[in-house]
Design a protein around this ligand. Structure first.
Ligand SMILES: [Zn+2]
Length: 113
């Protein structure tokens, strides 16, 4: 167990917390929520504004990539559920099958919400 850094890009300030910490980290200067940086990425010196901008851009790009991955995983699961529901419906009525179809439809509805 070690410490990780959270940073405020407005103030170019770093705050350290235990790596297990999972709450919000407000900036001690401005009170805005700090962004999680982790423990591997070095915090740039306060005066190096270009390094701070590069870091901010990098974190934004990584976040966008993670969100896209999550969207694609969800989309693949929705497609698989629709295909499975259609396959089970095509097999005809059966009490066990009906309950499976309802369960899959609930999961699909949850993914689509
Ligand atoms: Zn701040």
């Amino acid at each position: 167990m070690g410490t990780a850094a959270w940073v405020c890009f407005e103030c170019r300030t770093a705050v350290r917390r235990d790596t297990q910490y999972d709450g919000d980290v407000p900036c001690p200067n401005c009170g805005r929520l700090c962004a999680y940086l982790g423990y591997k990425i070095p915090v740039p010196p306060k005066r190096k504004s270009r390094e701070w901008l590069r870091l901010r851009t990098q974190l934004s790009a990584e976040k966008a990539a993670r969100e896209l991955d999550a969207y694609l995983v969800r989309d693949r699961e929705k497609t698989a559920l629709r295909q499975e529901i259609a396959r089970l419906i095509a097999k005809g009525p059966n009490p066990g099958r009906a309950s499976t179809i309802r369960r899959l439809q609930r999961r699909l509805a949850w993914l689509e919400s």
